[in-house]
Design a protein around this ligand. Structure first.
Ligand SMILES: Nc1nc2c(c(=O)[nH]1)N[C@H]1C(S)=C(S)[C@@H](COP(=O)(O)OP(=O)(O)OC[C@H]3O[C@@H](n4cnc5c(=O)[nH]c(N)nc54)[C@H](O)[C@@H]3O)O[C@H]1N2
Ligand SMILES: Nc1nc2c(c(=O)[nH]1)N[C@H]1C(S)=C(S)[C@@H](COP(=O)(O)OP(=O)(O)OC[C@H]3O[C@@H](n4cnc5c(=O)[nH]c(N)nc54)[C@H](O)[C@@H]3O)O[C@H]1N2
Ligand code: SF4
Ligand SMILES: [Mo]
Length: 754
C-alpha cells in the first residue's frame, strides 16, 4: 500500500520540506513539499535521493561490540554495558579530560544532536571537546562573540529583500547555502537579479554561483581579509561611512578607522591580485546600494585570517548601515530561542579560558581545534593526561580533519572508543562499540540550529515518517543512554535525562523575572507539557518558553507543540526584523567594532600585505550530489561530474606537463595523494582544487560502493599545523602544494608558476 509522509530534509542546511512516498514500509520516492511554508516545493538531487540514502544496505542495523579485536553484532544492552565498562574506569583513573568528545556535522541535522550533546558535555565535565566547527565556521562564532557578545548571534543576509549581495567564498549553487538557511538559494539569487539587484561573487574558482553573478572576482586564496579591510578603508577614506539608524548601538568607530589605516586598496591589491580601482569600486557600490549585504562562508573562514575576514564581513555591514536593517544582514529569531532578555550590558565573550595540552591552543566556545585531536591523543606532556577514551557522535575526522593518517593511528591507540554512527567508516572502524542510529525516515525532525540562521523566521516539525524497525533504537534514546552510561548512571531510565533537563529549565524560567512563567510552579508547568516522549516534551517546553510561545497560557494564541503539529507544513513567522540592541551581550551592551583580540591580530594581517606566494595553492570545492564524507556510498549520487579530480588551470597544467584525465601526484606538508587531473579554466592560475570527504580506501570499513571509487583524501596534504590563531580553525584553503604527473617526480615549486 502506498502513502505519503512529510519529512524535513536533513541532508544540507537548506532544510527543504519533502513529501515522501512510502510503499510497504520503505521510502520509494521524494519530492518537494509544495505546501511547505519555507521551501515551497524546492528539492535538489540529494533530497530526491532521500529513499536511497535512507535504505542504503550498508547502514548498520545492530550495535557492534569489539570482542577479541573484532567488531561483532551485539544487543543494545551488551553495547551500553561495554560503553560504561570502557569509559568509567578512564574517568575514575585519569579524570574527565582524558575522555574526548568529537561531534561531527550531522549533529546539527538531527533532533538528537540538538538535544543531548550539551547534556553529555556538561555531565562528563570534559574540556577535551572537538567538533566539526573548527574545520568550518568557528571564525564566524568568534567574530560574533567579540562584536556582539554572543558567539551564536550570526547575522544572515536578507536574501529576499536585498538590492546588492557581495558573496565571498561561498558556492550556494552547489552547497545550497551555509550559515544562511535558504531553501532554493539559487532561485533566491535569480530573484535578486530579476528585481534589478546585483550579485558579486569573490572566489578563486569560476563556480556555478560565480557564473550567475554580475561580477566575479577571482581573488588569490587566503587574502579576503585584506580585500575586505581595504574596502572598509575606502569607506572611511571617501567619506562613505553611514551607520544609519543603528548608530546609537555601535561603539569604536574612530578606533576602527585608525586601526585600518595601513590597509589601503593600493597596498592590498598585490597580495589579493585584485586591482586597487576594483577594490574601491566594490566599496563604493556597497555604500551606494539602497540596501546591501556582505556574506562570507567556507572560503573566507577556513583560511589563516578566518576570524578577521568574518569580522570584516560584519564591519562592512555596519559601516554601510546594513546591519540589522531589512535588505541588509539581520539576526533571525527562532521559535526555540530562549525568552529574549531585556537589552543591556551582558557578560561578553571570553576566549582562551583553557588551552590544549600539547600546543597550547586556546579554547574557543568551549572547544579545542579538531586539528589538535591527534596530538592530544598521541603525545604525552607533563601537563595533564592525554585523551585515552573517545566518544564520537556523527563524526568522521579521519577524512574531515587534517592529517588523517596520524589521526587514524592515534584512534587505533585509544583505550576505548565509542561511535554513534550509521556506518562503519574510516573513523568508526576504530571504535570498540558502534551505536547505529536509525535512518532519517525513522527519526523525528526539527531544525534547532538552522532556524536560528534562516532568512525567514518559521518553524516546522516532522514526526518519523516510518515506525522504528524491530531492533532499532531512536537516536534520542541512544544519546540519552550514552549520557547515563558515561556519567556513572548506566541502567537508569533514559527518560530521566529529559526529565532532569525539563526540571532545570523550568526551574530557571520560573525564577527569571522576565520570563512569562515567572513565579509559577515548575512541577505544574511540567505536567502541562504534551508530546509522546521526552524529546517532544522538551520541544514543547522550548516552544512555549520561546519568543513566539504561549508562555504556558500567558499568551493563549502563542506557539505550542500541539499547534505546530496542527500545521504539518510549518508555520511562517514572517520576514526577519531588526532586533538591536536586544541580541547584544557585550559588556558595553553595544556592537564593539574593534575588540581587543581582533586589534591584537591585525599586525599579522598587516604582514600579509607583502606576501606574494609563488607556486600552487590548494582550495576545496563541493558538488551538489555530494555531502562531506558520508554520501559517496549512494550510487544515485556518485559518478558523472561528482568525482575526486584535481582541477587545474590549462596554463599551469601545460607548464607542469600535466594532461587532462591523467593521474597526478599532489604533495603537501602532511603527505602525498594521487588524483586524476581535470584541466579547466574554471580555476584561476596558480590554484588547484580537490574536493574533501574522499579517500574511502582504508581496510575494515563497510561502505562497499564508496570503496569501489574511493578517491583521495585531500586532508592528507595538511599536517594540522596551519590554524587561524583566534578561532583554532583549520586552514583548509590556500595551502601550498606541489603537483606533478604521476610518472614524474614532484619538484619543488615550479619556476614557471612563480
Ligand atoms: N579539506 C576540507 N576539509 C573539510 C571541509 C572542506 O571544505 N575542505 N569541510 C569541513 C566541514 S565544513 C565540515 S562540516 C566537516 C564535516 O566533518 P564530519 O562531521 O566529520 O564529517 P561528515 O562527513 O559530515 O559526517 C560525519 C559522520 O556522521 C555520520 N552520520 C550521518 N548521518 C548521521 C545521523 O543521522 N546520526 C549520526 N549519529 N551520524 C550520522 C556519517 O556516517 C559520518 O560518519 O568537514 C570539514 N572538512
Ligand atoms: N552539495 C553539498 N552541499 C553541502 C556540503 C557538501 O559537502 N556538499 N557541505 C555542507 C557544509 S558542512 C557546509 S559548511 C557548507 C559550505 O557551504 P559553502 O561555503 O557554500 O561551501 P563551498 O561550496 O565549499 O564554497 C566555498 C567556496 O570558497 C571558494 N574558496 C576557497 N578558498 C577561497 C578563498 O581564499 N577566498 C574566497 N573568496 N573563496 C575561496 C571555493 O572555491 C568554493 O567555491 O555546505 C553544506 N552543503
Ligand atoms: S537543498 Fe538540501 S535540504 Fe533541500 S533537498 Fe537538497 S539536500 Fe535536502
Ligand atoms: Mo560544514
Amino acid at each position: 500500500m502506498s502513502r505519503t509522509a512529510l519529512r524535513i530534509c536533513p541532508l544540507c542546511e537548506a532544510t527543504c520540506g519533502l513529501t515522501l512516498t512510502v510503499d510497504d514500509g520503505r521510502v520509494t520516492g521524494a519530492r518537494g513539499d509544495r505546501g511547505d511554508v519555507f521551501s515551497k516545493g524546492f528539492i535538489c538531487p540529494k533530497g530526491a535521493a532521500f529513499g536511497a540514502v535512507d535504505s542504503d544496505p550498508d547502514r548498520l542495523r545492530t550495535p557492534l561490540v569489539r570482542v577479541d579485536g573484532e567488531l561483532r553484532e551485539a544487543t543494545w544492552e551488551e553495547a551500553f554495558d561495554a560503553v560504561a565498562a570502557g569509559i568509567r574506569p578512564v574517568v575514575e583513573r585519569h579524570g574527565p579530560h582524558a575522555v574526548g568528545i568529537v561531534l561531527g556535522n550531522p549533529n546539527v541535522h538531527t533532533m538528537a544532536g540538538g538535544l543531548y550533546p550539551p547534556v553529555l558535555i556538561a555531565g562528563l565535565g570534559t574540556r577535551s571537546l572537538f567538533t566539526a566547527s573548527t574545520v568550518d565556521q568557528m571564525p564566524k562564532h568568534v567574530s560574533s562573540g567579540l562584536l556582539f557578545g554572543d558567539a551564536n548571534a550570526i547575522a544572515v543576509p536578507d536574501l529576499d529583500r536585498t538590492d546588492h549581495l557581495l558573496l565571498i567564498g561561498a558556492n550556494p549553487l552547489e552547497s545550497n547555502g551555509s550559515l544562511c538557511t535558504a531553501p532554493d538559494f539559487p532561485g533566491r539569487l535569480k530573484a535578486l537579479k530579476a528585481r534589478g539587484g546585483t550579485l558579486t561573487v569573490i572566489d578563486p574558482r569560476r563556480t556555478r554561483t560565480a557564473r550567475l553573478a554580475d561580477r566575479h572576482i577571482a581573488i588569490r586564496p587566503g587574502t579576503d581579509a585584506l580585500l575586505l579591510a581595504a574596502m572598509a578603508y575606502t569607506l572611511f577614506d571617501e567619506g562613505l561611512v553611514d551607520l544609519g539608524e543603528r548608530a546609537p548601538h555601535i561603539q569604536g568607530l574612530e578606533e576602527l578607522a585608525a586601526a585600518l589605516d595601513d590597509f589601503t586598496p593600493e597596498a592590498a591589491a598585490g597580495a589579493c591580485d585584485v586591482d586597487a580601482a576594483g577594490i574601491r569600486a566594490l566599496a563604493r557600490e556597497l555604500a551606494a546600494a539602497p540596501t546591501a549585504a556582505v556574506y562570507g562562508r567556507i572560503g573566507s573562514c577556513t583560511v589563516p585570517h578566518g576570524t578577521l575576514a568574518s569580522w570584516l564581513v560584519d564591519v562592512l555591514n555596519v559601516l554601510t548601515g546594513n546591519l540589522d536593517r531589512p535588505g541588509g544582514a539581520l539576526f533571525p529569531q527562532a521559535a526555540t530561542d530562549r525568552t529574549p532578555r531585556p537589552a543591556g550590558p551582558g557578560s561578553g565573550f571570553a576566549l582562551g579560558r583553557w588551552h590544549s595540552r600539547v600546543r597550547r591552543h586556546p579554547e574557543a566556545k568551549g572547544e579545542l581545534p579538531l586539528s589538535a585531536l591527534a596530538e592530544e591523543i598521541d603525545t604525552a606532556t607533563d601537563e595533564g593526561e592525554p585523551v585515552r577514551a573517545l566518544i564520537a557522535v556523527a563524526a568522521n575526522p579521519v577524512l574531515s580533519a587534517p592529517d588523517g593518517d596520524r589521526l587514524d593511528k592515534a584512534l587505533g591507540s585509544l583505550d576505548f572508543m565509542v561511535s554513534v554512527d550509521p556506518y562503519l567508516n574510516e573513523t568508526s572502524r576504530h571504535a570498540h562499540v558502534v551505536l547505529p542510529p536509525p535512518p532519517p525516515a525513522q527519526s523525528p525532525h526539527h531544525d534547532f540550529a538552522f532556524n536560528t540562521l534562516a532568512v525567514r523566521n518559521q518553524v516546522r516539525y516532522t514526526r518519523p515518517a516510518l515506525p522504528l524497525e524491530a531492533g532499532r533504537m531512536a537516536e534520542t534514546e541512544i544519546l540519552a543512554r550514552l549520557v547515563l552510561a558515561v556519567t556513572g548512571m548506566h541502567g537508569a531510565d533514559p527518560a530521566a535525562v529529559d526529565a532532569t533537563v525539563i526540571d532545570r529549565t523550568l526551574g530557571r524560567a520560573t525564577r527569571d523575572p522576565h520570563s512569562p512563567v515567572h513565579g509559577r510552579d515548575p512541577q505544574d508547568l511540567a505536567s502541562l507539557l504534551t508530546g509522546d516522549n521526552g524529546p517532544e516534551r522538551r520541544l514543547d517546553m522550548m516552544l512555549r518558553l520561546g519568543p513566539y510561545g504561549d508562555g504556558f497560557g500567558a499568551d493563549p494564541d502563542g506557539l505550542t507543540l500541539d499547534r505546530l503539529l496542527a500545521h504539518p507544513h510549518g508555520i511562517d513567522l514572517g520576514p526577519l526584523r531588526p532586533r538591536l540592541p536586544q541580541p547584544l551581550k557585550t559588556r558595553s551592551g553595544k556592537v564593539e567594532l574593534l575588540p581587543e583580540p581582533i586589534a591584537a591580530d591585525l599586525p599579522r594581517l598587516r604582514a600579509a600585505l607583502d606576501e606574494r606566494p609563488g607556486g600552487l595553492v590548494l582550495v576545496g570545492r563541493r558538488h551538489l550530489r555530494s555531502n562531506n564524507s558520508w554520501m559517496h556510498n549512494v550510487p544515485a549520487l556518485t559518478g558523472g561530474s561528482n568525482r575526486c579530480t584535481l582541477h587545474m588551470h590549462p596554463e599551469d597544467a601545460e607548464a607542469l606537463g600535466v594532461r587532462d584525465g591523467e593521474p597526478v601526484r599532489i604533495k603537501g606538508a602532511g603527505g602525498e595523494v594521487t588524483a586524476p587531473a581535470e584541466v579547466t579554466d574554471g580555476v584561476r592560475r596558480g590554484v588547484v582544487s580537490l574536493p574533501h570527504g574522499w579517500g574511502h580506501d582504508r581496510p575494515g570499513t563497510r561502505m562497499r560502493h564508496a570503496a569501489a571509487e574511493p578517491g583521495a583524501n585531500v586532508n592528507q596534504l595538511l599536517d594540522g599545523s596551519l590554524l587561524d590563531p583566534l578561532s583554532g580553525n583549520a586552514v583548509l584553503n590556500g595551502v601550498p602544494v606541489d603537483v606533478a604527473p604521476l610518472t614524474a617526480p614532484v619538484t619543488e615549486k615550479h619556476e614557471a608558476l612563480t
